[in-house]
Ligand binder design. Structure first.
Ligand SMILES: N[C@@H](CCC(=O)NCCCC(=O)O)C(=O)O
Length: 254
């Protein structure tokens, strides 16, 4: 459970957003947005949320952004451009979101380089694997013959995952070797990137969580923990790691 010590400064968590056509009231425009459940989970865990909309990322920009962050979350969204892992698009693959791909890749690389605590959610897990040299299955129904992970219509489906023992994920979700999760994805990891270990998988072999094999806090899940408000342990763990990172950062400056 994240310590909510009222005296400790709340860590600042950067959270990436969608950049899509959005309709609200009289407006029907391209907009950056993020479902409220994401930032509710971070604030309930004791973090301060800073939204990070996709934007041009030239030299030094990701570094300037990370200068002000104690943790980073890459959130859910449209498919990663398959050209980033050397493939042509599958007919079911979303049109590329090049701006978001480039933005999140740059933020992630600086976060990993600086050991800023990282948490990837759904698309965020896929961005991590691709950034480190891995590949994706572009359309899981072709691979497993089921749409159990994406029934469409914005409806999350319930699936069960098996946690790998002796992983950071297993220690965060202690007491469980299997977990019921909420899914909404039609892609998943195919070739696992070097430096990552699988920390959860499903009975059909689909990778459901990964983490860096090093001691750095860098975990990513293919499911949507933000949709399960009753279990925020993953957000608690990120905020706790971010608080430690902040203390070290502030200590180094002082
Ligand atoms: N597009 C990828 C990642 C899935 C994901 O992030 N799902 C959350 C919502 C997706 C959306 O907004 O369309 C995949 O499908 O595997």
């Amino acid at each position: 459970m994240a310590s909510n010590d009222s005296d400790a400064p709340r860590p600042v968590i950067g959270v990436t957003t969608y950049l899509e056509r959005a309709k609200t009231g009289v407006w029907d425009v391209p907009a950056a947005f993020l479902p409220k459940v994401y930032f509710d989970a971070v604030t309930r865990a004791g973090g301060i949320v800073v939204l990070l909309p996709p934007q041009p990322v030239g030299p030094g920009i990701a570094e300037r952004v990370l200068d002000g962050l104690d943790g980073l979350i890459l959130t859910g969204g449209k498919d990663v451009d398959p050209a980033r892992y050397g493939q042509h698009p599958h007919p079911a693959t979303d049109a590329p979101r090049t701006d978001r791909d480039e933005w999140e890749d740059a933020l992630l690389r600086v976060a990993l380089e600086r050991r800023v605590p990282f948490f990837g959610i759904c698309r965020g897990l896929q961005v991590l694997n691709v950034a480190l040299g891995g590949t994706l299955h572009q359309h899981l129904p072709d691979v497993i013959g089921s749409s159990r992970y994406n029934a469409g219509g914005g409806i999350f489906t319930k699936n069960e995952v098996r946690l790998e023992p002796a992983t950071r994920l297993a220690s965060i979700l202690a007491g469980h070797d299997r977990l019921s999760v909420l899914s909404y994805h039609h892609q998943a990891i195919d070739r696992l990137a070097d430096g990552l270990v699988v920390s959860a998988s499903a009975d059909d072999g689909v990778v459901q969580a990964v983490e860096l094999s090093s001691s750095q806090f860098a975990i990513a899940v293919q499911w949507h923990p933000e949709e399960s408000a009753e279990d925020l342990r993953l957000f608690d763990a990120l905020v706790d790691a971010a608080r430690v990172h902040a203390d070290r950062r502030i200590g180094a400056i002082a």
